[in-house]
Design a protein around this ligand. Sequence first.
Ligand code: FMN
Length: 364
Amino acid sequence: MNEKLSTPSNITIERKLNHVEICLHGNVSFEGKNTGFEHYSIEHQAVPEINYADINLTTTLLGRTIGSPLMISSMTGGYHEAATLNRQFAQAAEHFRIPLGVGSMRQALENNEHRESFAVVRKAAPSVPVFANIGAPEVAAGLEGSQIETMLDLIQADGLIVHINAAQELFQPEGNTNFHGFLDQLASLTAKTPVPVIAKEVGCGISGEAARLLIEAGVKVIDVAGAGGTSWQKVEEVRYTKRFGAENRFSPEGLDELLNWGIPTSECLSEISKLKKDHPQYQSIEIIASGGIRSGIDIAKAILLGASMAASAGMLLKALHEGKLLQTIELWLNDLKAVMFLTGSLSLEQLQTKRMTLKHRPTL
Ligand SMILES: Cc1cc2nc3c(=O)[nH]c(=O)nc-3n(C[C@H](O)[C@H](O)[C@H](O)COP(=O)(O)O)c2cc1C
């Protein structure tokens, strides 16, 4: 085995590089499971009584005003080429005045070789909320104050995202499946971190009950990252097979179910919105809808289901690769504005009060 590639830091670098390649060129979407947005229909308002030109997409996240209810999800950093991707994502975020997250900063905690690949984000996006990122296994193992400081300082972060990725770690060749003590460590992290902590999944979704545990541990925002878009089990299965061959870890039927494991994004939103309704003390908790966002219509439906905004990773990475990142975001925002016009909503607060019905679903 190549000695250079076997050190923990080089494995982290290689993994982040693999992730982008596999997400761009592999077949890693959920199959037989969608976000669930397709089951909803937003009610048309025949007499909108508004001027399209007056529609306003601005909103807030953690008290900061942002241009539109869309965030570029946490993706990359920690290797040389990631600086180019992060710079381009950051330039788009600054252009639309929308927030963005960087990928896991574990590599930056292992050594200082590629810290610039994270730091570029703040340089290219000086005026928008930018979020640091670290995984649940690192949190469960206990993060020191100096490590938290390093991550936040590198990008002058407005918040710290903790990604909770049990299924991804389970499928990852070098995955860390020790989540023992995570909630206690998360509570201590939220208590000592000087910026708000956001909890997110990576594509398997957060249920109402899981959200309650996370809120009780002190997180201020839940990004559901539900099923229907990128399957991280599939991404890691590609890496596993490449390294170890098609070694059967699960039965064929079990594997199929596990690769598509997770709670559809729309279901996560319904559950967490209900949790907020039932617990007035959780009113200030903000919900981000992500996992399989494919258009501005999805963003509108997410807002009607109680999210304050949406976020996207896989689709925006592909758009960037094709040189269409700005255009894609523009089109999604046009979709959203169309829905607002057709529901007579001048603002996102007004949109949130409109009606949406569940379409007929074929009986099983
Ligand atoms: C190339 C790539 C790398 C990612 N790396 C991270 C990461 O480091 N940290 C994280 O929280 N999520 C990461 N994600 C997960 C996304 O933020 C998102 O939660 C997930 O892909 C589901 O959203 P999607 O269906 O829009 O892709 C990554 C996604 C992509 C496409």
